[in-house]
Structures are given as structure tokens and as C-alpha cells.
Design a protein around this ligand. Structure first.
Ligand code: DQA
Length: 150
């Protein structure tokens, strides 16, 4: 079986998962989530390349890299979700399947979180399922990949 790579990108403050507002984001660390994501990806014959950065430009660079070298992308842009036209543009330019993901349901939170600048560039959005959302996103991406026209 050919193993395809998918990128799993996490933006600002997601390195703090586990201790960051656990009542909202849960108690699993980013390392826990990445380990579970890799296992789920492996079950689908995919290799997950997991990265986190607090820097907007680095996320843009990685989206471009994902477009050039991977089959698909899962991204939790953190707070850049609500502000980053640069990230939106990078995602629009990336001709691969893309899932935006949020641990929390951003529509049930503060007004400033209810709009995602970046979601319109994604094929779909998963939110509100906590850490389990990453595993669901891998399943969603796999289903998008299976729908590809050769
Ligand atoms: C988040 C939601 C964003 O509003 C917030 O800035 C984050 C995390 C989430 O996963 O629920 O950093 O993307």
C-alpha cells in the first residue's frame, strides 16, 4: 500500500494544550493529540506530519509546503482563524483537500470568535469535539482523498 503524507498544522498557543484553559480545550496535551492522530492516520494508510508554531508566517510557509509535498491538510489556525487573510490566501492557493479544525465550538463562544476568515478556504470544518476532532478530521480527509478524481 502506498503511504501518502498529510500535514497536521497547529497554530498559536496550541503548544499549551493540557494546561491551557482545560475547561475549554481539555486535558490532552498536543503530544497526546499528535500521537493519536498519527495512529489514526496510519490505520488509513496515511503518514501524519504534525507541526505547531506560534508564528503566522511560518504557518503560511507550511501550508505552501503541504500543497507542494502532501496529499492533504488538517489545520487548527488558533486565533489566526479570526484574523489572517495571509493564511486564507495560502489555503486558497493550496490545491489539496483541506480541513479546518477547532477543539471548541467557536460559534458558542465570544462574538469575536464566531467568524472564521480561513474556513471559506477549507473543504470542511470540524469543531466542538475537543481532541477527538483530530481523529475525526483524519477520517474526513481520508474520505475527501477517496473522492479524488484520478
Ligand atoms: C481554537 C479556537 C480559537 O478561537 C482560539 O483562538 C484557539 C483555539 C480551538 O481549537 O478551539 O487558539 O482554534
Amino acid at each position: 500500500m502506498t503511504v501518502e503524507t498529510i500535514f497536521v498544522l497547529n497554530g498559536p498557543n496550541l503548544n499549551l494544550l493540557g494546561t491551557r484553559e482545560p475547561e475549554i480545550y481539555g486535558t490532552e496535551t498536543l503530544a497526546d493529540i499528535e500521537a493519536a492522530t498519527k495512529i489514526r492516520a496510519g490505520e488509513f494508510g496515511l503518514a501524519a506530519e504534525c507541526r505547531q508554531t506560534n508564528a503566522e508566517g511560518t504557518l503560511v510557509d507550511w501550508v505552501q509546503e503541504a500543497a507542494a509535498s502532501s496529499a492533504g491538510l488538517i489545520i487548527n489556525p488558533g486565533a489566526y482563524t479570526h484574523t489572517s487573510i495571509a493564511l486564507y490566501d495560502a489555503l486558497k492557493a493550496a490545491a489539496i483537500p483541506k480541513i479546518e479544525l477547532h477543539l471548541s465550538n467557536i460559534h458558542a463562544r465570544e462574538a469575536f470568535r464566531r467568524h472564521s476568515v480561513t474556513a471559506a478556504a477549507a473543504d470542511g470544518v470540524i469543531m466542538g469535539f475537543g481532541a477527538a476532532g483530530y481523529r475525526l478530521a483524519v477520517e474526513a480527509l481520508k474520505s475527501l482523498l477517496e473522492r479524488r478524481v484520478a
